[in-house]
Design a protein around this ligand. Sequence first.
Ligand code: 13P
Length: 330
Amino acid sequence: MIDLVATARALFAHGKGILAADESVHTATERLASHGIPTGEEMRRQFRDLLLNAEGVEQYLSGVILFSETLAQKGNDKNLFPLSLAARNIMPGIKVDLGADPMSESPDEFITQGLLDLPERLAVYKKQGALFTKWRAVIRIEGDTLPTPTAIHENAKRLASYAKEVQTAGLVPIIEPEVLLLGKHSRAEARAVITRTLGTVFSVLEEHSVDRASVVLKTAMALSGSESGKKDTPEEVAEDTLAALAESVPRQVAGIAFLSGGQTADQATDNLAAIIRRAKDVSAPWPLTFSFARALQDEALFVWKGKEENVAAARAVFLARLAAVSSSLN
Ligand code: 13P
């Protein structure tokens, strides 16, 4: 039997973190298009090969979150991506939610889909080599009206049902209730909403008897909204992020991984470094690491442009960013 707690803890191996490369077809198409890169299944495969088969990524990565399409694709070396990752001691994971739709009760908010056929899909992903999974919920801040308690609670219930199903299937759940950066809100509001959201999520997880010791939390940092006109210092971000987590996250979780959420690569790296420094100062109880998508990928996509002749240069930029993010863990 797989030891779920050991698997979850191994995602926090010293100096290592998680690459999120689990963009859906829709999101991957948008990301590639924003760099002028043509799309289609083959370009998405090359995009994943660029990142996953860059030489030396195993120094920095404990795991990679994949999209279902990638789980069944082969790299340029003709090996299936999940198998070649596992051969380098990088755990393959899988995004299992099916995206978020507007809520009928509150149409400006979102509820994540994907519970109906989850057990069947988990059995397939497990056979394909996945060891852990991810479910993302999105929580929007808007003035005094959003998020509504209903949006937080309904998303928490689905996160808990997902986590329970996943543990039953013998896989590790990453729960990602992402409080979005988008908006005019202050950092104090972000901190309050993160605290409220995570508090609700962990109390609903408890009601569903989810084993917290094999749960990984993936969360946003507490930042001023992207349209607030305010730029936070890394020390401010670290203080408010850790304060929110201290109030809401049980010490028993396997660890906490931060998403980048639309920050620049430098911002996300500097803010992570400040969070890690402060976590040591205040003796925070959980292992911490990164689980970035955009902050790890954007510079490489900019250099790659979808062209074979740019692969080596794009990989060099990707590895340099990984090295910087990983060293911020020390
Ligand atoms: P970002 O780091 O780009 O926010 O992505 C993380 C992620 O996995 C979103 O679901």
